[in-house]
Ligand binder design. Structure first.
Ligand SMILES: C[S@@+](CC[C@H](N)C(=O)[O-])C[C@H]1O[C@@H](n2cnc3c(N)ncnc32)[C@H](O)[C@@H]1O
Length: 449
């Protein structure tokens, strides 16, 4: 590398490279004049002509101009907007190779934490590499010149839309509804300019579909117009008003224009009510396998008190309550807690309680008051567990802790903190909840001492 400290390469330059490995986002990694260069959509062992696009102090990014060879794991991507849509990162990789790559990532994480290799169990691969999602959120825009509605997905970190009629990660029925929604909105003419997202969900158990239109305007005429949408198996149509087209999709309220306000799902023998703003795992089959593993990892005894932090609609809370003396689910979204309370009734479980609160506020208070908890489950969003909740877990007399994570980066940070506070990791099992993407879910079992 140049001794002046200036980078050895510059934006705009062209090079011929070979990818030597893959980073955690799925990009190929090559070395040019000693500098690490990330090249999206290039696999290890593949040679390509690339153009440098961005140079940072310690790495650079390049665009693939022409691939000159195919690596052993390369397959033809199935989606026409793959590489332009921000949803999938690794459709160009054979599914088995995707799963192995994700498992290897978790093994590297475990090694950095000083854990023995045997702690990481083989990844649970998905039975459905495509068409596995039960929910999708599609941005919508009105093309004034062409007088029609366009739908698609934004490229990663941008508001540039890759226009498409299809998403191969959702069921064929959901795909059909997305297409019909576009025709329908186009038929509304300029009223469609008020619609910025279409959200479609589907219950695996009943096949019913629910559609929500996110609109910028609270005008009842707009709501009535979009509320007239109908399509096969669509049991519900709702409208949410969110004035900002970019940013959060959901408004403060939801107006149900047709059908009920929720879908009914079935997971691990439980009847599960699922309202539009409540979180539900995106893949029902994988969610069931994950939940069964959590129950196994928690080793619940019938005298135990269990806390399920970040509980969503309470599926895990109820599964754990079945084996425990008591289970308490904590969740910040009130619709999800309303669903969780109904779910406890639907499944005749009287020893499950649900609280609407932020985990980082509720847990420290609960522990400070001297309340008992034998098992603690953390299933936080991508940003991981708040530091106050980690400290509370350390202070609590919790014996077993199960951490469910959808982001290995924050998982590693939080495991390091928990291990420094007296918890030891007994097993880590990766689950491929999100095939074709770089995301991976993990269940970590921990014990005190
Ligand atoms: C990954 S989901 C897990 C949900 C549930 N355990 C499941 O398996 O369906 C995370 C949940 O945490 C909730 N959440 C996010 N931040 C929170 C916080 N600070 N306190 C409480 N709940 C939170 C979200 O609304 C979401 O329902």
């Amino acid at each position: 590398m140049a001794s002046t400290g200036s980078p050895p390469i510059a934006a705009g330059e062209a090079y011929e490279v070979e990818a030597i490995r893959q980073n955690d986002d799925g990009d190929g990694v090559a070395s040019i004049h000693g500098m690490t260069v990330f090249i999206p959509f290039l696999l290890p062992g593949e040679r390509a002509r690339v153009r440098i696009e961005q140079v940072e102090k310690r790495f650079a990014r390049a665009r693939l101009v022409e691939r000159m060879s195919d690596g052993p794991d390369r397959v033809e991507p199935r989606c026409p907007v793959f590489t332009r849509c921000g949803g999938c990162q690794v459709q160009h990789m054979a599914y088995e190779a995707q799963a192995a790559w994700k498992e290897a990532r978790i093994r590297r994480m475990a090694a950095r934490l000083g854990l023995e290799d045997g702690v990481v169990q083989p990844i649970e691969a998905s039975r459905a590499p495509y068409r596995y999602r039960n929910q999708v959120q599609m941005p919508v825009r009105w093309n004034e010149a062409a007088e029609r509605v366009e739908m698609g997905f934004f490229a990663l970190g941008s508001h540039e839309m890759a226009v498409t009629e299809t998403c191969l990660l959702v069921s064929a029925e959901m795909d059909d509804v997305l297409r019909r929604a576009r025709w329908f909105l186009t038929s509304l003419g300029s009223t469609a300019q008020f619609v910025h997202h279409v959200i479609v969900r589907q219950s695996r158990a009943t096949g019913d579909l629910a559609v929500v239109f996110a609109v910028t305007d609270d005008d009842p005429r707009v709501k009535r117009s979009v509320g007239r949408f109908h399509a096969p198996h669509v049991a519900q149509v709702s409208v949410t008003v969110q004035p900002r087209a970019h940013g959060p999709v959901w408004g403060d309220s939801i107006d149900v224009m047709k059908g009920a306000s929720h879908l009914e799902e079935r997971l691990c023998d439980l009847r599960v009510r699922w309202s539009p703003r409540s979180f539900l795992q995106v893949q029902a089959d994988m969610a069931e396998r994950l939940y069964q593993h959590v129950v196994h990892a928690a080793q619940v005894r019938e005298t135990d008190v269990v806390i399920d932090a970040y509980c969503g609609v309470g599926v895990m809370t109820l599964l754990l309550a079945r084996r425990a003396a008591r289970a308490v689910g904590i969740e910040e979204v009130d619709d999800a807690i309303a669903d969780a309370r109904v779910n406890a009734k639907l499944n005749n479980l009287q020893n499950a309680e649900f609280v609407v609160d932020r985990v980082e506020r509720w847990l420290p208070r609960h522990v400070a008051q001297g309340n008992r908890a034998d098992v603690l489950v953390f299933d936080p969003p991508r940003k991981g567990v708040d530091r106050a909740a980690i400290e509370a877990a350390a202070e609590a007399n919790v014996d077993r802790l199960v951490y469910v994570s959808c982001n290995p980066a924050t998982l590693e940070r939080d495991l390091r903190l928990l291990m420094a506070r007296g918890f030891c990791v007994t097993s880590i099992r990766p689950f491929d909840m999100f095939p074709q993407t770089s995301h991976v879910e993990c269940v970590v079992a921990m014990k005190r001492g």
